[in-house]
Design a protein around this ligand. Structure first.
Ligand code: NAD
Ligand code: IPM
Ligand code: MN
Length: 349
């Protein structure tokens, strides 16, 4: 609750593609859950079209003032084409990266908890998936995403750098989140940043969290283990780029990328809540987008950003019950569109 008894203030960032469709669904869900003040702002391609930049100072300021921020997705072929024609043109993704960096959101938590009703919706066999309940802790404001980059003639480069304090703080988030163990994923057999990563995670473990079991996996092996024995993982902590890739892979354990939510948090502020998936331009405007990753992000926002744990649990169990009742969107092999899926969840709230 804000000072003076004001309602919690949520900045809504619909963005592009299916973003506005799943944001409208999230708005219906939030209206059913409680009373909030909403401040809807453009980001990504929508902001480029309106203001010439993917993230304006005004929107960043609005996010700083908010109790929590809910973002759907940015990007699309229209702006990719503009960049292909003019490499200096703004890119929608810069808006999201600028927001994460600007708000100091260095930790991205991506829980992977397949709903029992969807064990047969995954391309992976049920007996592999059963018992899976893992958390990808992705470093979000460092590494190759934020290094120096450029082109000279026929050569391009993207530098990857990590500092000890950046690794220490994400390692602490991972150890604090663990219930059984932490698996740190790197490419220490090749990369210097990964050797620093492994050394630092190991030191934080020994000095501060020796009671939490820790193991290390090389990222190529981790990608394989994630689909062969997913139930053996608890917390996976890894750098920005590896976390991006492994979490899309892990999404298929839940049946679809359209199921996976995330929370992006820092040392202060209410955080940013965002589905793992993108703007899905291939289905935008068809009414077929799965809103459940967005609903899962709403639940994470209620719990971690707004201190409304009961409401969060209510949303999560409404989603599980709707799925048990047979709800399946097209990405899960069914026919239910965004509106029907939203009605099914609201009916179980
Ligand atoms: P994507 O995640 O948008 O889509 C990948 C595939 O998954 C597509 O076939 C899509 O239809 C499907 N899918 C994704 N979300 C879905 C949902 N909720 N319901 C049903 N199907 C869903 O990835 P992409 O196609 O590689 O990228 C498209 C654009 O999105 C790019 O511009 C990319 O930069 C951007 N992107 C943004 C974010 C973000 O804003 N957080 C994340 C990833 C990608
Ligand atoms: C994600 C997305 C973003 C990322 C892109 C759109 C910048 O893929 O949130 O996973 O790579 O972080
Ligand atoms: Mn991604």
């Amino acid at each position: 609750m804000r000072p003076g008894g004001a309602l919690p203030l949520i900045v809504m960032l619909p963005g592009d593609g299916i973003g506005p469709e799943i944001t409208a669904a999230a708005r219906e869900l939030l209206d059913a859950v409680g009373d909030f003040d909403f401040d809807e702002r453009p980001i990504g391609g929508a902001s480029i079209d309106a203001h010439g930049s993917a993230l304006t100072d005004e929107v960043l300021e609005a996010c700083r003032r908010a109790d929590a921020v809910l973002l759907a997705a940015v990007g699309g072929p229209k702006w990719d084409a503009a960049v292909a024609a003019d490499p200096t043109a703004p890119r929608p993704e810069q808006g999201l990266l600028g927001l994460r960096k600007g708000l100091g959101l260095f930790a991205n938590l991506r829980p992977v908890r397949p709903s029992p009703a969807l064990l047969d919706a995954s391309p992976l066999k049920r007996d592999r998936i059963e018992g899976t309940d893992l958390l990808v802790v992705r470093e979000l404001t460092g590494g190759i995403y934020f290094g120096e980059s450029g082109r000279e003639g026929d050569t391009a480069h993207d530098d990857c750098a990590y500092s000890v304090p950046e690794i220490e703080r994400i390692a602490r988030v991972a150890f604090r989140s663990a219930r059984a163990k932490v698996t740190s994923v790197d490419k220490a057999n090749v990369l210097e940043t990964s050797r620093l990563w492994r050394e630092t995670v190991t030191r934080v473990h020994v000095e501060e969290f020796a009671d939490v079991p820790l193991d290390h996996l090389l990222v190529d092996n981790a990608a394989m283990q994630l689909v062969s024995r997913p139930a053996d993982f608890d917390v996976i902590v890894t750098e920005n780029l590896f976390g991006d890739i492994l979490s899309d892979e892990a999404a298929m354990l839940t049946g679809s990328l359209g199921m996976l939510p995330s929370a992006s948090i820092g040392d202060t502020g209410g955080g940013l809540y965002e589905p793992v998936h993108g703007s899905a331009p291939d289905i935008a405007g068809t009414g077929r987008a799965n809103p459940l990753a967005m609903f899962g992000s709403v639940a994470l926002m209620l719990r971690h950003g707004l201190g409304m744990a009961d409401a969060a649990a209510g949303v999560e169990s409404a989603v599980d019950r709707a799925l048990e009742g047979g709800l399946l969107t097209p990405d899960l092999g069914g026919e239910a569109g965004t509106e029907e899926a939203t009605r099914a969840v609201l009916a179980n709230l």
